[in-house]
Design a protein around this ligand. Structure first.
Ligand code: ADP
Length: 645
């Protein structure tokens, strides 16, 4: 008998026949008749409504019926005709119809045919459902197992607690294999025993295994062979060391080809044996456990190293600051916190200029990398001076080290004072020596050799006098005795200095080019010292450029700064010596023997530049030439109106 949900679809052209079938047979028998119009999307209808049968007459196009049969092979087709010969009916059955009814059939017979078809359809569907379930059930279990494994895998990367992960692994091992008990044992290197690290039992039984020797045991065999063991029933009874169990799997935990422990599951009471699939699951879980143990080892090792490094950095006497690539603070050690008077505790991760308030240091870190890589000095409020070195470390950021050089500075100052005093005292006797050498020739005739000796004495005394003058100048500049500064237009000064060196350049057939931009800004400074700076650079360019060479001086304005370059196409400076040429008394190794000098000229230049808050650097190629670049801050805008036209 039809149930209330049984639908029967009709694909019948003639209205009266469709009505007759519906009223006479289908509805009274409890079927829900649904007549499909020619425009209906049959596929969609059958998918959505899944009727129990379709009744068609000769009007139904054969290709439609054919494609329906392909898409819905379980759908029973019933053929209706007003009358049909036995051969024709047979023909319909051969075409795939499951029943044939005609107007001449007794109603009971026609209905019985419909019931039969519908009943068969239902039993087919039931069978298909059951079959599908039979096939999908193991698949669903596999998926659930995989999901469980996936979850444990996720926990390993998220958790740092090895105990928790290992316990999780053992519980999963027991549940996924349907075992009664499971445990995880790890090898203790010194004793060679396996020690219990995690256990789980479905009935919460206390585990009897706490420590097992590796020698001559099943567990020992797994460690030695690095292979799993899956045993049950009689295989087990033969093994004396297998404790009373009916089935077990042991799988090794492997790290870099070395067995470090065993994951096992057991059945002591149930007859359930373990399959290869269970063994594979267990092997995957053992891999997870091994990864968790290795992660923990790495973590402990790196944490120990981190703490060691932290202790070293904290206790060194030099200040250390570590910044990330966005200049946020990663570390400030104790020495640095004390030196810079950093009270805040929550400086980690903050931008450096919100934590450090020493203007020299903040300014230095704001400079482009090329500038701070050369390091510098920073002055503390209490007068101490720190040498500051900044290095960039790929993947970390910047490391700033601060070293107290106050005592060295003090020593340097004392030395400069001493040199100044001695130089000053030497000046008068030297002037006297020079005076007397000039007088000697006047008091009596000298032979040629005597005249030659007198000239040499005079040259040496002039050399010493120049050296003393340089030393005294340096002493004054370093001691900050050139306090007088004014607003200066360097353009006329540059022309004047260049003019005074024109004769020396011409004497060496050199071409002196002067390129002074009209927008060269005003600077705040000492005219005497700036003139000395330009003169030193220009005289070096002439001195170290061979006869007939080219040299020049140029200036321009850039980003609120005055840029001055003194260049030449001379002998150049060896690259390895370039860092030292500003040091006192340093003279490069490539100088021709007949070119004299004190080695103090560039030291004076650098001191003057720094005294004017400027910067100086050299670029030079051996045998091709040298360019010295001086950058001086332009005078404040409010002073610019005083600029001469
Ligand atoms: P010096 O009295 O020897 O010229 P400086 O301090 O002026 O001393 O210069 C130091 C050294 O730098 C020089 O001895 C020389 O080796 C090198 N130097 C300076 N200027 C130039 C230049 N324009 N070309 C090549 N070398 C130079």
């Amino acid at each position: 008998m039809a149930t209330s949900t049984n639908r029967i679809a009709l694909l019948i052209e003639d209205d009266s026949i469709a009505d007759w079938l519906t009223m006479r047979f289908l509805q009274p028998a409890g079927y829900q008749a649904e007549r499909l119009s020619p425009g209906t999307d049959l596929k969609a209808y059958f998918q959505l409504c899944s009727p129990s049968a379709l009744i068609v007459d000769s009007s139904a196009p054969a290709e439609i019926l054919h494609s329906l049969a392909e898409d819905f092979p379980l759908l029973p087709l019933i053929y209706y005709a007003s009358s049909l010969s036995t051969e024709e009916a047979l023909q319909r059955y051969q075409e795939g119809f499951q029943a044939v009814i005609t107007a001449q059939d007794a109603p009971r017979k026609a209905l019985a045919a419909i019931h039969r078809v519908v009943a068969r359809h239902e039993s087919w569907q039931r069978w298909v459902r059951l079959d599908r379930k039979r096939h999908t059930q193991p698949l669903e279990r596999h998926i659930k197992d995989l999901e469980r494994l996936h979850r444990i895998g996720g926990k390993i990367s998220a958790s740092l607690s090895t105990d928790q992960v290992l316990r999780e692994v053992v519980v999963a091992a027991v549940e996924l294999t349907g075992a009664e008990e499971g445990n995880l044992m790890l090898l203790e290197e010194e004793s060679g025993n396996l020690l219990l690290r995690a256990a789980h039992s479905v009935e919460d039984r206390k585990t009897s295994l706490l420590c097992v020797p590796v020698y001559d045991t099943l567990l020992g065999e797994v460690i030695a062979t690095k292979r799993a063991i899956n045993l049950s029933g009689s295989e087990l009874t033969k093994i004396k060391t297998a404790f009373l169990v009916r089935a077990l799997i042991y799988v090794p935990l492997l790290i870099q080809e070395k067995a470090i422990g065993v994951l096992g599951v057991y059945n002591r009471e149930g007859v359930h044996t373990f399959s290869d699939y269970h063994q594979k699951l267990l092997e995957t879980l053992a891999d997870y456990a091994a990864i968790a143990i290795q992660n923990a080892k790495y973590y402990t090792a790196s944490e120990r190293e981190r703490q060691k490094l932290y202790a070293i950095l904290t206790h060194v006497r030099d200040g250390v600051i570590v910044l990330d690539e966005e200049q946020r603070v990663l570390l400030i050690n104790e020495a640095c916190r004390q030196a810079l008077n950093i009270k805040a505790e929550d400086y980690l991760g903050k931008p450096v200029d919100q934590v450090l308030f020493n203007s020299d240091l903040v300014l230095m870190l704001k400079q482009p990398p090329l500038r701070w890589m050369k390091g510098g000095e920073i002055r503390l409020e209490d007068g101490r001076i720190l040498d500051c070195q900044v290095s960039s470390i790929a993947g970390v950021g910047l490391v700033v080290t601060l070293h107290d050089i106050t005592h060295l500075k003090e020593l340097d100052r004392a030395k400069s004072e001493f040199v100044s005093a001695v130089s000053h005292d030497l000046r008068s006797p030297l002037t006297a020596i020079l005076g007397y050498t000039e007088l000697i020739a006047k008091v009596g005739p000298l032979n040629e050799r005597q005249q030659e000796f007198i000239k040499r004495v005079q040259a040496s005394v002039r050399g010493i006098t120049a050296l003393i003058a340089d030393l005294l100048d340096l002493g004054r500049i370093e001691a900050g005795m050139d306090a007088h500064k004014e607003l200066i237009d360097l353009r006329p000064l540059l022309h004047q200095v260049a003019g005074s060196y024109q004769t020396s350049a011409t004497a060496k057939d050199q071409q002196l080019e002067i390129d002074i931009s009209p927008d060269t800004p005003l600077v705040w400074g000492s005219p005497v010292r700036l003139e000395q700076m330009i003169a030193n650079l220009l005289s070096n360019a002439i001195k170290y450029t061979p006869r007939g060479g080219k040299l020049g001086i140029r200036t321009w304005s850039q980003s609120g700064q005055l840029i001055l370059q003194v260049w030449d196409k001379g002998i150049g400076i060896p690259p390895a010596e370039q860092p030292y040429i500003f040091d006192k008394f340093y003279r490069a190794s490539n100088l021709p023997e007949d070119i004299g000098g004190t080695g103090l000229g560039l030291t004076i230049v650098k001191s003057i530049v720094e005294d004017h808050q400027g910067r100086i650097w050299v670029e030079s190629t051996l045998g091709e030439g040298t360019t010295f670049t001086v950058v001086l801050p332009a005078a404040e805008p409010e002073n610019l109106q005083k600029r001469p036209k």
